[in-house]
Design a protein around this ligand. Structure first.
Ligand code: FES
Ligand code: FE
Length: 443
């Protein structure tokens, strides 16, 4: 049996132990060791217009309520009542001053404090210290250009340091022309069969699959491409902390897009403004396509899409997906770009379904008696000389068909998995203590 905390099945770092996509022990450990120690994307600031606005999401498997405070900041509260654990907020989003648990009616304010207990005098007398029974509050919330992240870890670096050079690339989506971006209201959500890492690693570094997985969709779309096809060359960029992204060498992406002439023209103007705002290299040298902010937030630059792969057990995930558009885009362009995103990568998107099909069938075979110990090959590009065509781009750069980003993703995952969380060791100590007490009673 392979080790549940090891990503790599060999010392050269070429092969991956496939039980990490199906093993329930691994899943429980990564909730403790990966999702508790990283910055996790929660929501976009544009979803919160006034104090009390809230949005419910997850941090790993933990349900949380993100709320806007009166001072303009944000709280994230564990969405689980301290009485019997019921979810205190069952709405996707809304506005509230108090979250009242449906089970026995305990009420919590937007700071998480327990503020109402029905019939408290008769039921508890003076014995309930309400100040000790508030909702657990996520200790750190930080934002970057509209994106709200949270972490349970009080020790890890700030969000800006965690993202590091990723912001160089992220700004092309979040602030391409100095006027910022805003989120389209409403979040698409859907469930898929497959471990969350299948989505995260593919968006991190896999351009290789596109020509096969998305071939049918590409053939249909080629009719609208005006004879312009993507180049066969490009880049993968591996960054510290397990982040990665990739794209093509420069070409006329928007000319080939099949969008309306007005939108194509507006995008050409945006590219000029991006050059003025962010410099020529970012505006002209490459067309960024895909990326992942470790562990589970991913981006598709040309679809203006940001999504999170929420783990739902070892072999299932739930995607939350946002469309983030330049604030300067006129309504007709916004409509065009939104429809383009929906057609390709929403729940009913053609390209989304292409990807989901691969993860579904791979998952069906991950847990077989013979398959589970058979390593998978992640060696593409290993040992190849660096790609030098993008001297101004930060990170380790390889060619477009490479698995360098996936290898870096799993190196980071393995580092985190190697170190037990303090709560795991105290839980083990508690179990040992309880077992010792049982032994004393029995003797
Ligand atoms: Fe929430 Fe009882 S479970 S009040
Ligand atoms: Fe794909």
């Amino acid at each position: 049996m392979t080790h549940p905390d090891k990503a790599f099945a060999d010392t050269a770092g070429t092969t991956i132990n496939r039980s990490i996509f199906s093993d329930s022990t691994t899943h429980q450990r990564e909730l403790a060791r990966v999702f508790s120690r990283t910055w996790l994307f929660l929501a976009h600031e544009g979803q919160f217009r006034k104090p009390g606005d809230f949005f419910t999401t997850y941090m790993g498997a933990d349900p949380v309520i993100v709320t806007r405070r009166r001072d303009g900041g944000y709280n994230a509260l564990l969405n689980s009542c301290r009485h019997r654990g019921m979810r205190v907020c069952r709405f996707d989003e809304g506005n509230a001053q108090v979250f009242t648990c449906p089970y026995h009616g305990w009420g919590y304010n937007t700071d998480g404090a327990l503020v109402t207990v029905p019939d408290q005098d008769n039921s508890y007398g003076d014995s309930l210290d309400t100040s000790a029974w508030g909702l657990r509050v996520v200790p750190r919330i930080e934002t970057y250009k509209g994106l709200i992240f949270g972490t349970w870890d009080t020790e890890i670096p700030s969000l800006i340091d965690y993202l590091g050079d990723y912001t160089f690339y992220l700004d092309l989506m979040l602030d391409p022309d100095g006027q910022g971006s805003d989120v389209v209201p409403n979040v698409h959500k859907w469930r898929m069969r497959g471990n969350w890492k299948l989505g995260a690693e593919q968006f991190c570094g896999d351009m290789y699959h596109a020509a096969s997985t998305h071939l049918s969709a590409m053939i249909v779309e080629a009719q609208n491409s005006h004879g312009i096809m993507p180049p066969t060359t490009g880049l993968q960029v591996a960054l510290p902390n397990g982040h990665g992204l990739g794209g093509f060498d420069a070409y006329d992406y928007w000319g080939a897009s099949g969008l309306s002439e007005q939108t194509v023209e507006w995008m050409a103007g945006l590219q000029d403004r991006t050059e003025a705002h962010l410099g020529r290299a970012r505006a002209r040298d490459a067309v960024l396509i895909h990326g992942t902010i470790f562990p589970n937030a991913s981006l598709l630059w040309p679809r203006w899409n940001l999504r999170v792969w929420h783990p739902k057990g070892p072999d299932a995930m739930e995607v939350y997906s946002w469309c983030i558009l330049p604030r300067s885009a006129p309504d007709s362009v916004r409509r065009d770009l939104l429809l383009d995103y929906q057609r390709h990568f929403s729940a009913s998107g053609t390209w989304e379904q292409d990807d989901g099909e691969q993860w579904n069938y791979a998952t069906n075979s991950h847990d077989g008696f013979m398959t589970r110990d058979l390593p998978l090959n992640y060696g593409m590009g290993q040992g190849r000389a660096a790609n030098t065509r993008f001297p101004e781009f930060p990170g380790v750069i390889d060619e477009v068909n490479s698995e360098i980003n996936q290898r870096m993703f799993y190196k980071r995952w393995e580092q985190l998995m190697a170190e037990p969380h303090a709560r795991e060791t105290s839980a083990q100590a508690t179990t040992r203590h309880a077992e010792a007490q049982i032994a004393v009673v029995q003797s």
